[in-house]
Design a protein around this ligand. Structure first.
Ligand SMILES: [Zn+2]
Length: 69
């Protein structure tokens, strides 16, 4: 099990910011994020998602087919 504590990049003031129990960035997803997709340095933002959304797929398949093993 991955821990829910994530480390973001260094903050502007130099200290390393630690994010704890950050919520998934997926719209309407209430889960705790466990993975960092990437950072937008220009904006100082990080995209974080839960396990369900870590691979970029919604919980439900749109067309109903399930080709993923
Ligand atoms: Zn999610």
């Amino acid at each position: 099990m991955p821990r829910v504590t994530l480390k973001a990049g260094p903050a502007p003031d130099g200290h390393e910011e630690e994010l704890s129990e950050y919520l998934c960035d997926w719209p309407d997803c209430p889960n705790i994020a466990t993975q960092v997709l990437g950072c937008v340095r220009e904006l100082g933002l990080s995209a974080v998602v839960c396990d369900l959304h870590a691979n970029g797929r919604p919980e439900r398949s749109v067309d109903g087919s399930d080709a993923t093993p």
